[in-house]
Ligand binder design. Structure first.
Ligand code: AVI
Length: 301
């Protein structure tokens, strides 16, 4: 983290956006009129639930990557009727509460919460069935990986679909699509300033983690679509010439200098399906909303 702050173009991993307050701010972002991905994806799942269930088949082992409060997957239970539900999240306490509540609502589904950071590996506990696994990865979280990391991640999911030496199961994934720059710019720089607060909160988090002295009022949120790189970029821009220090180091930031905090890649339907195939997946079924803003894919291993 300190190496990133000291780099010529300073950067911080987006995972530091998600402390307790950051997670709440992200939930608020999902409610914003400008932030279309959450409701557009929910609309596709609601409208196309039967077609998705027909493609996926009933009775799968549903493995929910980054499950959070498990609400997205729970909405699909009536259509998918999974035999087992395994939500995976780094925040174990949060998960325990969510699974406890869900188990009462759906007593017929075997549930096992898995507390782990799946970004580096997918070694699931033995209690998670290895037959007919359906990995669920909604919300376009795949967009927060660099494309080569996204491909490596999909390859790991594909490998985790192996049952003995036979590939079975697959992935159900939501991906945000390339669209007009104006729409993307507003989605990541909303009128209320919630995305700005979400981005600035990373500095508050760094102050706690690194014993740093970032002065939040001296930084400004920047969020915009970089057309050439097909990604939304979030940065924090220094409003003044300043020195920031942290345990064991310090750095000078000139007025206008930026810290890069997040990328959110936007794909076309064709290039995302090509990536799924490159990762080893076979048949792909795809659904979008009427405006073609968001894509849901079911890909078989
Ligand atoms: C979590 N992730 C998919 C969000 C996105 O759209 O890339 C994070 C986010 N950053 C700013 N607004 C939302």
């Amino acid at each position: 983290m300190k190496a990133g702050l000291n780099a010529e173009h300073a950067h911080v991993s987006p995972k530091y956006l998600y402390d307790a307050l950051g997670s709440k701010l992200f939930e608020a972002i999902c409610e914003l009129p400008e932030y279309y991905p959450t409701r557009t994806e929910a609309g596709i799942f609601a409208e196309r639930a039967e077609a998705i269930a027909a493609s996926v088949g009933r009775g799968a082992t549903l493995i929910d990557l980054g499950a959070g409060n498990c609400t997205k997957a729970a909405k699909l239970f009536p259509a998918l009727r999974p035999s087992q539900y395994a939500p995976v999240d780094i925040s174990v306490d949060f998960l325990r509460d969510a699974v406890g509540r869900l188990q009462m609502q759906f007593p017929q589904i075997d549930m096992i919460g898995v507390g782990m950071d799946f970004s580096s590996g997918l070694a699931l506990p033995e209690a998670v069935n290895d037959d007919n696994r359906l990995f669920f990865y909604p919300g376009s979280s795949i967009g927060n990986f660099m494309p080569d990391e996204a491909l490596a991640f999909l390859r790991r999911v594909h490998a985790a679909c192996m049952h003995g030496d036979k590939a079975n199961g697959g992935i159900l994934i939501g991906v945000d699509l390339v669209k007009e720059k104006g729409v993307l710019d507003l989605a990541y720089d909303d009128a209320l300033g919630v995305t700005a607060a979400f981005n600035l909160n990373i500095l508050r988090h760094l102050n706690l983690l690194l014993d740093a002295d970032f002065e939040l009022r001296a930084w400004r949120h920047r969020g915009f679509f970089n057309v050439e790189r097909s990604r939304v970029e979030m940065h924090l821009e220094s409003e003044i010439d300043q020195v920031v220090s942290w345990a064991g180091g310090e750095r000078q930031f000139a007025r206008g200098e930026r810290i890069h905090t997040e990328n959110s890649y936007k794909y076309t339907q064709d290039n995302f399906i090509a990536m799924l195939r490159q990762a080893g997946f076979g048949d792909v079924a795809a659904w979008t909303d009427p405006a073609g803003w968001f894509l849901v894919c079911h890909a078989r291993a």
